[in-house]
Design a protein around this ligand. Sequence first.
Ligand code: ZN
Length: 270
Amino acid sequence: MDNLSRLAIHTMTTKPWDLPTAVAKFSAAGVPGVGVWRQWLAGRPLAESRAMLADNGLHAVSLVRGGFFPGLNAAERTAALDDTRRALDEAAAVGAPQVVLVCGARPELSLPENRRQITEGVAACLDHARQTGVKLALEPLHPMYADCRSAINTIGQCNDMIDQLGDTWLGIAADVYHIWWDPQLESEIARAGRRIIGFHVCDWMTPTADFLNDRGLMGEGCIDIPGIRGLVEKAGFDGPIEVEIFSTRHWARDQDQFLADIITAYKTKV
Ligand code: ZN
């Protein structure tokens, strides 16, 4: 019998389901972990969402997301810090141990300036992370997003930032979709060691029809998911394996069947 104890699914993966539906379906399927996107918390008190998870035997493994630090002026940068601190508060309220950071980028700014503002923004949120007891997880994004979603694109950049800022309240979320192409992946994951606090899985479709919403189910594409899992586990990671699939194609399917397929793929392709 395959063990699902480390399986978590992001609410975005089954986007057509609201939180009560997702929680009931995940619970019935034996999925213990949920990666909670903030939109799924809207419209009800945070304590109610936390109770809904607990009553179904589930737990939040991450809250997505904070970040988007670079801005064209001080007001924009301050708004991003406030929003990330609010994300930390929300994570604490629902019992999620980490907030995933999509670090941001503005095409109007140079890459070095984007990266400087990101490091400054992360540093400015560490104290609030300590106060809430929630870690910040840097998620490097595929470089196709370096213009407007994140100028942090490799595990190596995350390691450099953590060398600078410390690892007490800062870690790395390694998402196979974003890092599979990196020739330095093996050495930088080894260098990261226990800084890796999140592991996200999906697959890379060829051709990729949409830069955002055409991720594959594990096994549909070309990523060596078991190989990368082996690297993060060799580095010491033993936390949840979070299924994060943005896919217009899969969202259009019967979500019960999709959930069954996710569990099969988790057992056989991860
Ligand atoms: Zn991810």
